[in-house]
Design a protein around this ligand. Structure first.
Ligand code: NDP
Ligand code: MG
Length: 389
């Protein structure tokens, strides 16, 4: 029996992961499930999977969750500290699928206990990559990528030497507005930005796909996870979302990972790694699909990509500023306070403001410095939103 825990169990990634595990319950001992406001789902899954513990991050949701699980043996807890406590419980494998920087501390805690961490929460790598990977190394823990592009790169690298890698290409669908005239982007509404042409995902990452902030995050994620220099990482627009990434080697070969746009593939790969096991995903019929298309990204349409390049060049704590400002700007767009294109303006202004002096590059990346940088970046981003005019 493998002991497993799911952080962000009620979300899009969490639910896909639970779907895989629920098909094969004889092999798993579910230790903890964590969620947020969706306590009905959390209670339902904790009951069905016979979890030891169910945690909501919101203390105000505790009573409802407790009530829903009153007739079971599932222990119930609430709040950020309870999630960290859940992360300290010994397991063999944990899924990090909380959305946002809130995923960082539980991930660090799990790694400190030697847990193999399947990482969907890209924000923790963008915010504090060296801290997270350093923690894993110090405790002999493994971090496995779940983001589809990074899982694809990881799979293309099996049996290869990093010294032979010349470039890493991650693909992007182009998001909801790939065919819109650029002039129209400023008027994009929340509903329009919340639908993705190929993937079914949580709302925040779907909007980030429309703005390409998701791909911007993934550029930084690639640099941090694989330790490749920024100039070796490229983005390629590939509308069909079937090739997730390509790795270019020094003999001219390009190894492409092709798979259906179903996150259960990448989650399942991380769940069964280092083996492959049968997964209930679509088998692609390339003869029917007929053709795959590729385009270089239009930098003017996607300013987030340029910002990510600057962040990679600066390094240090700039990833923490970038992520926090992006989260704050996204909150502003979702609340209707700022427009679609204002998001990149807010992130760029926050980075500019916090880059004066040499603080971002020279300060050590510790949990304290990261959390303080995150806090300040949110304040500056809120100011930048007010001053948009
Ligand atoms: P969702 O919004 O669907 O789910 C997020 C999960 O986190 C939910 O369980 C939610 O609880 C919980 N949550 C929200 N806020 C907090 C908080 N402050 N503290 C603790 N838990 C919280 O997101 P996704 O599943 O789409 O994404 C999860 C992560 O995976 C993100 O980092 C995303 O970038 C990444 N990812 C997602 C992909 C996808 O296909 N969806 C693909 C690649 C990466 P509740 O819903 O109950 O409130
Ligand atoms: Mg991705």
């Amino acid at each position: 029996m493998r002991r497993i825990t799911f952080f962000g169990a009620t979300g899009s990634i969490g639910q896909s992961a639970l779907d895989l595990v629920a098909r094969d319950l004889d092999h798993y001992d579910v230790v903890a499930l964590t969620g947020g406001r969706n306590v009905a789902q959390l209670a339902k899954d904790a009951r069905a999977l016979n979890a030891d513990l169910a945690v909501t991050c919101y203390p105000e949701c505790y009573a409802e969750l407790k009530d829903l699980l009153a007739d079971t043996n599932v222990e119930v807890a609430a709040g950020g500290e309870a999630i960290v406590e859940a992360a300290s419980r010994p397991v063999d494998w944990a899924l990090s699928a909380i959305v946002g920087a809130a995923g960082l501390v539980p991930g660090l805690e799990a790694l400190a206990h030697g847990t193999t961490l399947a990482l969907a929460n890209k924000e923790s790598l963008v915010t504090a990559g060296p801290l997270l990977l350093g923690r894993a190394k110090a405790h002999g823990a493994t971090v496995l990528p779940v983001d589809s592009e990074h899982s694809a790169v990881f799979q293309a690298l099996v049996g290869e030497h990093m010294a032979a890698v010349e470039r890493v290409i991650i693909t992007a669908s182009g998001g909801a507005f790939r065919d819109w005239p650029i002039e129209k982007l400023a008027t994009a509404t929340l509903a329009e930005a919340s639908s993705h042409p190929n993937w079914d995902m949580g709302q925040r990452i779907t909007i980030d796909s429309a703005s390409m902030f998701n791909k911007a995050m993934e550029l930084i994620e690639t640099k941090e996870f694989f330790g490749v220099p920024p100039e070796m990482i490229e983005v390629l627009v590939h509308r069909e979302s079937l090739i997730h990434a390509l790795v270019g080697f020094n003999d001219g070969a390009l190894m492409a990972h092709v798979g259906p746009p179903d996150m259960r593939h990448a989650i399942g790969y991380a769940l069964h790694w280092p083996e492959r096991q049968h997964l209930p995903v679509e088998r692609l019929d390339l003869g029917k699909i007929g053709q795959l298309t590729f385009e270089a990204p239009d930098q003017a349409r996607y300013p987030a990509l340029g910002i990510a390049k600057d962040v990679m060049a600066t390094g240090g704590l700039s990833g923490a500023v970038f992520n926090a400002a992006k989260e704050q700007a996204l909150d502003g767009f979702i609340a209707g306070d700022i427009g679609f294109l204002d998001m990149s303006t807010v992130v760029a202004k926050t980075l500019e403001k916090m880059s004066s002096g040499d603080g971002l590059q020279s300060q050590a990346i510790t949990l304290d410095s990261v959390l303080e940088t995150d806090r300040l970046a949110r304040i500056y981003a809120a100011e930048a939103m007010k001053n948009l005019g």
